[in-house]
Design a protein around this ligand. Structure first.
Ligand SMILES: [Zn+2]
Length: 449
């Protein structure tokens, strides 16, 4: 109410002033240098008021801008950011789709709008990889390792690069760095283990396994098998260095970890001394994985043994363990044959041919006919049969199909670690060269167009 009265009084006063001014226009003369301005007081008052008002508005705008710094700049950078993020998202899609050129373009756009950001670096590195520009990829990964928030990721890229260039010592160095940055990260441990195995540093590989696989994980079959193979390799190293006791310890450890791991059983048997422990070892080895080489190692424990004595020992040690198994039957058949126990030999070998025939069984039967009965015709019949029979088992690489008489930790052809298993080759596997040649032809054909 009072405010309205004030306002009313002010308007009335202004109106009065205006009327008075209109009645007494007066004259104002401005003289400046050669210019002369003549006007009335009303115009001067109005011009002054207008000028004051404009100044006020300008001042308001100035303070408003000053009080909110970066508002204009912010709008700019938000737009840049939006464009940068769009480029990164396009780039990631292009990388996933394997579109090298599109990825490269997106990386350039991202670099323009979001230079030096972690995601930009990652995109640039991946785009470089896709374009097979190893040098650029290396540079971007290096730059990533210089920033705290991308160091770990950058190291991962550098490890992959070092591996691709087959610079394994460098790959190990980078992996150890990654391990110290984030101790216990799963992929780092896995990488480290694989690298140590590839460079045959079994002692370090064992260290990684002992550190990472603890508790329940340590009891898994896969980890135990891995530990067993590593222990076996260490046993071989110790054996070569002339450290017999250490070799024996590692061999026994390998056998205990994986009783069905034939090479470890053989080595443990070779290093064993007669006694109850040895009896238990032979028993376990044969029960878990009957294998002709284990029988050979058991036979070698008594040098210079007569065939008759070996047959009797095998009958006591091996025959009762897995009496129906083809390997048991073959070992017993062979021993009986050498000991000239014809009837026994025939019994074992006929059973083996019945259970699980293979060419070696038929060849032994041919031997038997020739030596026991001098029956050349019967022997020839077995030989013909042996040619058509399934092959005997061999160590076969699961990854390249290579077949070997002896086990090795790394496949000599494809380097796969612990990839060999003792089995009969499938029909398709019997001529691996022919198959791989066909595959090569198929792969090469479209490229030649
Ligand atoms: Zn292989």
């Amino acid at each position: 109410m009072i405010r309205s009265i004030y306002l009313f009084a002010l308007i009335a006063l202004l109106a009065l002033g205006a009327v008075w001014l209109a009645d007494n226009p007066g004259a104002v003369t401005l003289r400046w240098d050669n210019y002369v301005v003549e006007t009335t007081v009303v115009v001067l008052v109005l011009a002054t008021a207008l000028l004051a008002l404009s100044l006020l508005v300008l001042l308001q705008i100035f303070f408003w801008l000053k009080s909110r710094p970066g508002k204009l700049g912010g709008a700019f950078s938000a737009r840049r950011r939006g464009k940068g993020l769009e480029a990164i998202s396009n780039g990631m899609v292009a990388i996933a789709a394997g579109d090298a050129e599109e990825a490269r373009k997106a990386a350039v756009a991202a670099e323009k709008h979001l230079k030096g950001e972690p995601l930009t670096l990652l995109l640039a590195a991946q785009a470089a990889e896709l374009n097979e520009d190893d040098r650029a990829a290396q540079i971007y990964y290096d730059r990533m390792t210089e920033r705290k928030d991308t160091e770990f990721l950058g190291l991962r890229g550098l490890i992959a690069r070092a591996k691709a260039e087959n610079n394994l010592p460098l790959a190990i160095e980078q992996t150890l760095k990654a391990d110290s940055l984030k101790p216990g990260t799963e992929w780092v441990q896995k990488e480290l283990l694989e690298l140590y195995l590839t460079v045959r540093d079994y002692m370090s590989a064992e260290g990684v396994l002992n550190r990472t696989a603890r508790g329940k994980a340590a009891k898994s079959g896969k980890v135990k098998r891995l530990k067993a193979v590593i222990a076996y390799q260490l046993a071989l190293e110790k054996e070569q260095a002339g450290e017999k006791d250490a070799a024996a310890g590692y061999a026994q450890k390998a056998h205990d970890l994986a009783p069905d791991f034939v090479p470890a059983s053989i080595l443990a048997i070779r290093h064993s001394v007669p006694g109850r422990k040895q009896d238990r070892l032979l028993n376990e080895a044969w029960r878990h994985a009957p294998h002709p080489d284990i029988a050979e190692a058991i036979q070698a424990l008594v040098p210079g043994e007569s065939p008759k004595d070996w047959y009797l020992r095998a009958k006591r040690l091996i025959a009762p363990l897995k009496p129906e198994n083809r390997e048991t039957l073959i070992v017993m058949g062979k021993a009986a044959l050498a000991a000239q126990e014809w009837g026994e030999a025939r019994k074992f070998l006929s059973k083996a041919a019945e259970v699980d025939p293979s060419s070696s069984i038929y060849r032994l039967l041919a031997d038997l006919e020739e030596t026991a009965n001098a029956d050349a015709a019967a022997a020839r019949n077995w030989i013909i049969k042996s040619a058509e029979a399934p092959q005997d088992p061999l160590w076969i690489c699961s990854s390249c199909g290579r077949q070997d008489r002896h086990w090795t930790a790394h496949c000599p052809t494809c380097e796969t670690f612990d990839g060999q298993s003792w089995r009969k080759a499938d029909r398709a596997e019997e001529e691996p060269e022919v198959i791989s040649a066909e595959i090569v032809k198929e792969i090469e054909a479209p490229a030649a167009e």
